[in-house]
Ligand binder design. Structure first.
Ligand SMILES: [Zn+2]
Length: 172
């Protein structure tokens, strides 16, 4: 992660200060595709990062404006962890990453740009730190994000359908 180069994030950091909590705003907006929201659970939702560290950079976010892990209820904690797993399966099915970085920044000194708790899932591929500086400037275009959204969204739907089927047909 330390060598990933994402200059477009500066744009994000500079824009961020003006608008209030982006996660509360996103969670309330209706157009999920436009807002890059991939999945909505009861207490937690999953969205793509508009300013990704890498292709398929997802964020798993409680709907409630929680500022730290301790303030999550047991139900929210469980759903958050479940959706981390579902997100990894969706990424695996659609983008075939070789590995992941999963993390959470808490507090300003922890690198948090937002108060609202959110987990990052950054898919990694062997050699991605080499090609990122080259592709970085050109790959993050709306079309690219829309394509990735489409692939991931289908993978979420497939996974949830199959997951339900499997659950129903499970035998002990
Ligand atoms: Zn919020």
């Amino acid at each position: 992660m330390r060598h990933l180069w994402a200059p477009w994030r500066m744009d994000y950091i500079l824009k961020l200060k003006k608008k209030g909590c982006i996660f509360c705003l996103r969670s309330k907006r209706k157009d999920d595709r436009k807002n890059l929201v991939l999945y909505r659970g009861k207490h937690v939702f999953v969205m793509m990062n508009k300013y990704p560290y890498n292709n398929g950079h997802l964020m798993v976010v409680p709907l409630r404006h929680c500022v730290d892990l301790e303030s999550l209820s047991p139900i929210e904690s469980k759903e958050l962890f479940d959706l981390l797993k579902v997100s990894m399966r969706a990424l695996k099915a659609s983008l075939l990453p070789h590995g992941y970085n999963i993390g959470v920044n808490i507090g300003k000194v922890g690198g948090a740009g937002e108060d609202h708790l959110h987990f990052h899932i950054v898919p990694r591929w062997a050699g991605d730190t080499n090609f990122m500086p080259v592709l970085g400037e050109t790959k993050i275009v709306p079309d690219h994000l829309a394509n990735t959204y489409q692939r991931l969204h289908s993978a979420f739907i497939d996974h949830l359908k199959n997951g339900t089927k499997r659950k129903g047909g499970e035998k002990k």
